[in-house]
Design a protein around this ligand. Sequence first.
Ligand SMILES: [Mn+2]
Length: 458
Amino acid sequence: MVVSYKKFFTLFFLSLVFILSACSEENTSKEKKEEETANSEVKQEVEETSNKEEAKVSLPDNFFLDNRKKLAEKMEVGSVVVLYGERIREPYFTEDIGADRNFYYLTGVKDSEGFIVLKKNKDSLEETLYLSREAEVNSEEAEQISKISTMKEAEIFEEDLNIILSESPTLYLELNGNKLGEPVQTQTVKNLKSTASEKGSQVKDISETLASLRMVKTEEEINMIKEAIAVTIEGIKTVMKTAKDNINEAELEEAFINTLHEREIDKMSFGPIIGGGKNSTEFHYQNNNMEIPKDSMIVNDVGAEYEYYAADITRSFPVDGTFTDRQKEIYELVLKAQEETINAVKPGVTVFDLERIATNTLSAGLLKLELISDEGQLFDYYPHVVTHHLGLEAHDTYNMLQPLEPGMVITVEPGIYIPEEKLGVRIEDDILVTENGNEVLSKDLFKSIEEIESFMKE
Ligand SMILES: [Mn+2]
């Protein structure tokens, strides 16, 4: 799934504002962090012995508690954070979008109408979870998952809010719900903001602080993403096998979804993009209902979701499994740009560095193919950016100015789209940043022309 240039630069501006405002707020307490990690490891060992029958990939028991502790380190004493389960919908999402991912990151509870209140006192963190009837779990289960012992009904949250505000002059809210676009706020946050200002509380944004935490994944989170990737790869292979002249895009979508269901995955991380011919050149094409003519390329950009963790992989291939010469030319160029960009992924690099590498290769290639006559024309054929972070969302929350660090997961997805030739190609893999470079998490899905052709002919 791709991010347009317009969104990218809005986000760039927002990141800049954040960096400037964060300069004064240095965070401390490294020893405290180590102590907490040691404590949670001991607890984890005890819990692991009682819970061993399932080999299913999951997050550790204290994951959500640890996330709250990390967040508390960045809060001022006396301040309060209120997060809510209502999620902002991006246009590319599937119907069931679930709970807000920051809310989930701190609670582990899928409740789109719940609230969590964290109040930082001098020596403690007061935590209250307001669970709604919409929650997928009951209060005992919610307590077990979240490790929050104070549980209330979401219906009484508004009454409590008055007390919360009278006790805390500073209220942190998620003011930028849609991190990849202009600040979008749900009705809930608008209501909270106006109540807070009526009471004279100072409202601050917590979005970017949470983004910084979420950007670096734990080993277990990476395993969750790998699980989503493995299923997505199976689905894409099925689509390749199903493709043939004049097949309808809808049948390919069905083949993908059926494969997910066979693997007991019932959710996708965004609505699938399966476009053949002219649709392969369309930005975020999601109709998926055209008969694909002979000799067409198909752009197949899809992702499974595993317990909210997303995969996001694109392969492009000819409908009948045989590339034409022209398709080969464009494909080889996109693949070259992708491989060069992936090779540059390592700690310290920024998304801007990656963008520069991708655009340099793509524009040099198109100049050579004489499709463009100066570099600036590249953007007529490449209207999006090459990377975004991946995690609890397919377009995961991130701060663009923050250089890559080990544990971050990003996509690399250059593309070339030539509407006049009804020819689009995008290749996207999911990449983990490691200490020394990177690991392509979706490497099990081949992408050379030879491999695609031989697989589709098998
Ligand atoms: Mn993507």
